[in-house]
Design a protein around this ligand. Sequence first.
Ligand code: G
Ligand code: G
Ligand code: MN
Ligand code: NA
Length: 249
Amino acid sequence: RRIEHGLGQAIARDELSLVYQPIVARNQLEVTGFEALVRWNTQEYGPISPATFIPIAEESNVIHELGDWILDTALAMVTRFPGQYVSVNFSPRQFRRHNFVGHIMEAVQRAGVTPNRVQIEITETAIFDDAERAAETLYKLRQMGFRIALDDFGTGYSSLYNIRKFALDSLKIDRSFIDGMGRERESAAIVHSIIHLGRALGLEVIAEGVETEAQVQALRLAGASHLQGYFFSRPVAPDAALALAEQRF
Ligand code: G
Ligand code: G
Ligand code: MN
Ligand code: NA
């Protein structure tokens, strides 16, 4: 409750910021996009992780105020990138908001950003409850030119039905599988299967949580189209992100 109250004031108090983590293409290892991740540095308790406060915000309409700030800030940033897209996380409640499509369209128009510079990251949880409505929302967004990514793929209510039914551009393989790849045959098999499946369906496959050179090599060999993780860069502040934008890894 105290967190919920604090979140209501966080924007006015200027306690929120976004950091950006590069997403790197397989072949030349150039940066094709940046994932925006929110940070909250409270005056009273110091930094609080989004893993803690997003689920709390998600319990009330505070998520909308927060989500609007995140989207507007990310859109202002993408105009500074030399061509990359920005990938923004949307929680299930945001995605199911009344007129989500109109809302997001208005935001990009206000910012003067074309939809192809924006990737919308949602999880399977967001589309699970009302699949018909979710399919329609994703279809419209994709028609308008937004990129759609299914985040944390392989966890939660993962079903192959989802990737057939929904208009998607990319699958983001959950980092728990990447983490397990070098140790367990099972994780490696799952990673390979997701990559093959994604490619067969014409989707980009982004491997998350890439931390080591060995993972980079294994994932490139397996055919992942994009890589993201601490090996390349942690999520960094706007100026540092701009410095990374033209870099090859
Ligand atoms: O960046 P970090 O690893 O601390 O993020 C922890 C969790 O918070 C992850 O599940 C991530 O998806 C989520 N998260 C981070 N930034 C955002 C955001 O801007 N919006 C939403 N909805 N979730 C976010
Ligand atoms: O749920 P989502 O995939 O949006 O969560 C992204 C979170 O993953 C961010 O909080 C980010 O800080 C974290 N992250 C990004 N790269 C790595 C990595 O290489 N290793 C680990 N452990 N976490 C990572
Ligand atoms: Mn994400
Ligand atoms: Na993820």
